[in-house]
Ligand binder design. Structure first.
Ligand SMILES: Nc1ncnc2c1ncn2[C@@H]1O[C@H](COP(=O)(O)OP(=O)(O)OP(=O)(O)O)[C@@H](O)[C@H]1O
Length: 219
């Protein structure tokens, strides 16, 4: 589904943050992305979400060379990818329900066609009681789960998550991991960036380890 060949990235005139990164996201895969702080995990996710362009190398997604895509095609590809940002990016003036429903609303869908699904997903991530409150009154872990629900609502083919258990206790982290594993079982390819070794030890999956901008793969 996604292939990186010798991808390099530098910000402006700075040093290369990613060097010769080669890996793929196969269909129905589950992978962890890890490495020390500053190793380039968020940068790699931004390349995957097409919010950055590589300074060298080749990225193909769904059989397209991403360098050749125009803005409309980038938007269409992004709709096939769900992303949970480290800082959640919820809109504070919309309720939890409205935040989660937003990707469907912007696609022009009628509320009647998705309302039940949004409610069900909010229940699934344990936010059924908080559906009608605004994000500023949610705890860090609740915001994180709202961000996860928003990434899942349009049933993406690929789910990217940046430290999705960074703000929750170990019990909730295990629950969120189960949610990602369930999603993977339904056919979504999942890539989770995390520092949390205890979390990775709970599920046997390929580990992509970034160190000094280089990626090593441990099956
Ligand atoms: N917009 C930017 N402009 C310049 N340098 C940047 C920018 N964003 C990140 N960097 C640098 O790129 C390197 C990789 O950062 P990145 O955020 O990708 O690392 P990370 O592995 O996600 O770190 P963390 O685990 O702490 O979130 C760091 O040295 C960082 O300072």
């Amino acid at each position: 589904m996604v292939r990186f060949e010798n991808v390099g990235l530098r910000y402006g005139m700075g040093p290369e943050v990613l060097r010769d990164v080669t890996f793929g996201i196969p269909q129905h895969s589950f992978q962890f992305l890890t490495g020390p702080s500053g190793a380039g995990k968020t940068t790699l996710l931004r390349l995957l979400f097409l919010s950055l362009k590589p300074t060298r190398g080749l990225i193909t997604m769904f059989d397209r060379d991403v360098a050749s895509l125009g803005p409309d095609q980038v938007a269409a590809l992004r709709r096939r990818i769900g992303i949970v940002f480290q800082d959640f990016r919820l809109l504070d003036h919309l309720t939890t329900y409205e935040n989660v429903a937003l990707p469907l609303r912007v696609q022009g869908m009628e509320e009647a066609s998705y309302a039940a699904e949004v409610r069900e997903l909010l229940g699934w991530v344990g936010l059924g009681e908080h559906m009608h409150v605004l994000p500023p009154v949610l705890s860090g872990g609740e915001k994180q789960r709202a961000a996860i629900a928003r990434a899942l609502i349009s049933r993406p083919e690929i789910l990217l998550a940046d430290e999705p258990t960074g703000n929750v206790d170990p019990r909730l982290a295990r629950r969120l991991l189960r949610l990602f594993v369930e999603l993977h079982k339904t056919g979504t390819s999942v890539l989770i960036a995390t520092h949390d070794i205890a979390l990775m030890d709970q599920f046997d999956a390929r580990r992509l380890v970034l160190q000094d901008g280089r990626l090593r793969i441990y099956e």
